[in-house]
Design a protein around this ligand. Structure first.
Ligand code: NAI
Length: 258
């Protein structure tokens, strides 16, 4: 039995991941704004450290996995989107890293998106990666970025952070496996809300050149299966990979990338 922290555990893919892990006999500590073991707002530094303190109290002997699934999208302002999707996710990994180091088979999983391959703003991505959250947030709302660019940038930045961190002394170099999933369009409360906005519909249309006949959307359970797999690896040889679970969408964006 592993002890695994899942953020965004109250809804959508996070909740489906909790169900998958619990059914397999693992202990899950859910983090979200409501309805779970640890109530914390990952958009603020205070909320992130309160989250880490609560997890340390609930799992004093350490944890075996972290899944960062908490996320938001349009129509929230870009500053809020990067606060949760980039800085909240990175802080989740960094703040829980000491607890992961206590495990013999630690695994961390980031939930990214095929949106990371879309129209992101390179300056905003680099501003996120530089780590100055106030500057990145200010840029997000004034840089001429649309909400959709803010979302794509938050996920492109998280993907780049993952690939840089995975090979660092702190993560791969310490035996901590860090991998990700890239969901395509998945039917969850997030997409239901966001389909009611014109920007959301435009973003989804772009992100959905699906190759599988009859499949416009993925189901949360189809993502949960892969997320749970990445969070419970016994083998220690998979590092820095982002598995796109998107009906083939990624193939349309970059067909010749291997
Ligand atoms: P959802 O809206 O059903 O679930 C997200 C959860 O994150 C919610 O329970 C929400 O309360 C929580 N959350 C939001 N802000 C938070 C904060 N400040 N602190 C703590 N928790 C917070 O969304 P869904 O669709 O399950 O999304 C999960 C992840 O997958 C997100 O990171 C999203 O960006 C990503 N994703 C979603 C896709 C989709 O088509 N639904 C596609 C690609 C990626």
């Amino acid at each position: 039995t592993r002890t695994i922290v899942v953020t965004g555990a109250a809804s959508g893919m996070g909740r489906a991941t909790v169900e998958e892990l619990t059914a397999a006999g693992h202990r899950v500590i859910g983090v979200d704004l409501r309805d779970v073991e640890v109530i914390a707002d990952l958009s603020t530094p205070a909320g992130r450290s309160a989250m880490a303190d609560s997890v340390a109290r609930l799992a004093p002997d350490g944890i075996d996995g972290v899944v960062a699934a908490a996320g938001v999208t349009v129509p929230l302002p870009p500053s809020k989107i990067i606060a949760v999707n980039y800085f909240g996710a990175v802080a989740t990994f960094e703040l829980l890293r000491p607890l992961l180091l206590r495990s013999a088979t630690p695994c961390a999983v980031a939930v990214i998106s095929t949106a990371a391959l879309m129209d992101y703003d390179d300056a905003l991505v680099e501003a996120c990666l530089s780590g100055d959250e106030a500057a990145a947030q200010a840029m997000a709302d004034t840089h001429g970025a649309t909400e959709a660019t803010g979302y794509a940038s938050s996920k492109q930045a998280l993907a780049r952070w993952l690939r840089r961190a995975a090979v660092s002394k702190e993560w791969g170099g310490s035996g901590l496996l860090l991998n990700g999933v890239g969901p395509g369009s998945v039917l969850t409360p997030m997409t239901e809300d966001f389909l009611s906005t014109p920007e959301g519909r435009a973003m989804l249309a772009k992100a959905t050149p699906i190759a599988l006949p009859g499949r416009a959307y993925g189901e949360a359970s189809e993502l949960a299966e892969i997320i749970a797999f990445l969070a419970t690896l016994r083998g220690r040889y998979l590092l820095g990979q982002i598995i796109f679970v998107d009906g083939g969408t990624e193939l349309f964006f970059r067909p010749d990338l291997i």
